[in-house]
Design a protein. Structure first.
Length: 213
C-alpha cells in the first residue's frame, strides 16, 4: 500500500514497547497490514477504520466500515494513519498522555516543477519538506520518537508493482467498461514517476511521536 514494509516499521519501533493488549486504532487501515504487523509483535486491542475495510481475520483486531471522522473518543495507546487523510493533531486527540502517534505521508524531496504538479494534480503547499514534516508535532505536544524515510529503491519497488498490478488487471478485464480509462491512468502514473521527475521529487516518511503530558 506504499513505499514501505515491515523492515521500515521494525526500525521505527526499535526499542518501543506497547502495553499488553494495547488499544490501537488505524485510520484509513486499507488491507489491515499495519495492524497485522503490530498484532504479530504482541496482543493488541485493535480497530481498523476504512471506507472499505478488509475481510481478513487478525487476532485482537476488528474493522469498522466508515469515515475516520466517525471514530470518537480517546485513550488509545497508539493512534495510526499512514498514507491516509488524517492529520497529526487528529491522531493526537485519540491517544492518551504518554501514548504514541504513528503518521505516514509524502513530502517534497525537492521543490516540485510545474509540469510535475500538473501531472500529479497537486499544489506546492500540499506537502512540505522533510525537516518541516518532522517538526509538525512540536506545536502539538508531540515528542518525536523515531523517523524513517523511504529510499528511491523502496519507491521503485512500489511504483513498479503498482503499475504491473494495474496493467495485469486491465489485461484480465479487456473490453469491459472503464478499463481503457483505467489503463490510461496507470500509464500516466508510470510516466509521472519515471519521466516527469516524480522519482526525484516525491518522498515518503513514517514518524512516531509520543504525546507529552
Amino acid at each position: 500500500m506504499g513505499p514501505y514494509d515491515g523492515g521500515h516499521l521494525q526500525r521505527l519501533f526499535r526499542g518501543v514497547r506497547l502495553p499488553e493488549r494495547a488499544r490501537v486504532v488505524d485510520l484509513g487501515c486499507g488491507t489491515g497490514a499495519l495492524l497485522a504487523w503490530l498484532a504479530a509483535r504482541g496482543p493488541i486491542d485493535g480497530l481498523g477504520v476504512d471506507l472499505r475495510p478488509p475481510r481478513r481475520r487478525i487476532p485482537g483486531v476488528r474493522f469498522h466500515a466508515g469515515d475516520a471522522a466517525e471514530v470518537i473518543g480517546g485513550g488509545c495507546d497508539l493512534a495510526c494513519s499512514v498514507g491516509a487523510v488524517s492529520e497529526p493533531w487528529e491522531l493526537a486527540g485519540l491517544a492518551r498522555w504518554g501514548g504514541l502517534v504513528l503518521y505516514g505521508n509524502g513530502y517534497w524531496r525537492r521543490p516540485p516543477s510545474r509540469r510535475y504538479l500538473k501531472a500529479l494534480g497537486a499544489e506546492p503547499d500540499d506537502m512540505t519538506g522533510w525537516r518541516q514534516m518532522r517538526g509538525q508535532g512540536d506545536s502539538m505536544g508531540l515528542e518525536l520518537v523515531a523517523a524513517v524515510r523511504s529510499s528511491c529503491a523502496d519507491w521503485d519497488r512500489y511504483e513498479d508493482a503498482w503499475a504491473a498490478n494495474g496493467e495485469r488487471y486491465a489485461a484480465d478485464h479487456a473490453g469491459e467498461p472503464g478499463v481503457d480509462e483505467f489503463l490510461d491512468w496507470i500509464r500516466n502514473g508510470r510516466r509521472r514517476y519515471r519521466e516527469l521527475g516524480g522519482r526525484d521529487t516525491l518522498g515518503f516518511g513514517l514518524l512516531l511521536w509520543r504525546v507529552a503530558p
